[in-house]
Design a protein around this ligand. Structure first.
Ligand code: WQD
Length: 344
């Protein structure tokens, strides 16, 4: 039987590239990627092909350009879409809200329009734990009522989930899953691909490894006076390869038709809350490097503490977290060292 073709939008990105590796190595799918390289590099594709030994088609494309985007659906029989493409920096979204609303919402509208037009009936949507905002009762599970989002980025994810819910209510022959990632960190076990931002990253772990290797003079911990065990924000860090594995399992689940509803939502977290200072300490232990950091002002849009109850993904999708914080820091550091050696 011929392989199903899966379109990965944002496939040159951090989670997208790691998911393509899993789709090629363990999913048995043909893969097509579409990416505009605004926040990623086509060099990621070379690394994916080196790691998997497999080639795949990819297109440079802005998903907000529906005429160009339509050509991909016309040229390929796409059985499913994994939609990663979006801007994702919480702090930046507070500074540039329209950039986030336009890009993140319009691109999802186009994905759904084209799926409808070309009878592609399965979509996995890259959502985020940021939809939970500042939640009192932790850990959060999927039934937690969603509060007002703390940032425009988080709001684009809440809106995206509602769009999918409405679309699935209207078109019963269409199925979708929203995966709410907690904090994706770390790098592929091969050490040959990881988080590869085009310019200075906004998020913690690549800033830790970049500071440790000397790219940045000092890390600022955004706030040391939060109501947490050590005064710094708590997050549920999860290895990027565990996130990637969940996408393959979610897509397989939809293709088997075992889903009892045509829209559902799953948390993807480790279930462990780790503070910023604890993340730094874990890195220092793994790398043997003392990190140069200072405690600075709070960052707008940050939630105080969030971590997951991901038992639903475990019981329904058969997914389980395999990496702990040590492995996350070890692989992130190995990737940073590889980038320095390869002058990436
Ligand atoms: C983590 C903690 C910062 C940088 C991320 C993604 C978002 C979404 C959710 C997937 C916070 C602190 C950071 C620094 C710091 N993921 N920090 N100094 O904001 O939780 O959101 O996960 O959808 O796309 O961005 O992650 O890594 O930016 O911050 O102290 O220089 O680290 O304040 O407490 P965040 P982050």
């Amino acid at each position: 039987m011929s392989k199903k073709t899966v379109l990965v939008t944002g496939g040159a990105g951090y989670i997208g590239s790691h998911t393509i590796i899993e789709l090629l190595n363990h999913g048995g799918y043909e893969v097509i990627s579409a990416d505009n390289f605004f926040t990623s590099s086509p060099k990621s594709y070379d690394q994916v092909e080196m790691i998997t030994g497999k080639k795949f088609k990819h297109y440079k494309l802005d998903l907000c350009d529906i005429l160009e985007f339509d050509k991909i659906f016309s040229d390929h029989d796409i059985a499913g879409v994994i939609h990663f493409a979006a801007f994702k920096a919480v702090g930046e979204s507070v500074e540039l809200p329209l950039k986030y609303y336009h890009n993140n919402i319009a691109s999802l509208v186009n994905v759904l329009e084209l799926c409808r037009k070309h009878k592609t009936s399965n979509v996995i949507f890259s959502s985020s734990c940021s939809v939970y905002g500042n939640i009192e009762k932790l850990p959060v599970d999927e039934n937690t009522p969603l509060p007002k989002a703390e940032s425009p980025y988080a709001y684009t994810k809440q809106i995206g989930e509602v769009m999918l819910q409405d679309f699935c209510k209207r078109y019963l022959d269409f199925s979708a899953i929203s995966l709410r990632y907690f904090n994706p960190v770390g790098a592929h076990d091969s050490g040959k691909i990881g988080e590869w931002p085009n310019n200075k990253p906004n998020n913690l772990v690549p800033l830790i490894t970049g500071t440790a290797i000397g790219k940045y003079p000092q890390l600022t911990v955004f706030g040391g006076d939060y109501p947490t065990r050590d005064g710094t924000n708590v997050r549920d860090y999860i290895h990027v390869s565990d996130i990637a594995d969940a996408h393959v399992k979610a897509l397989n689940f939809l293709f088997t038709g075992k889903n009892k509803t045509n829209y559902d939502v799953y948390n993807l977290g480790s279930g462990n809350g780790v503070s910023v200072l604890e993340a730094i300490a874990a890195f220092e232990k793994i790398s043997g490097k003392k990190l140069n950091y200072k405690i600075g002002d709070r960052r707008a849009g940050d939630v105080v503490s969030v971590y997951s109850d991901s038992t639903k993904a475990e019981s329904v999708l058969g997914w389980k977290c395999k990496h702990d914080i040590k492995s996350m820091m070890k692989t992130a550091w190995e990737w940073e060292l590889y980038r320095e050696k390869e002058k990436f």
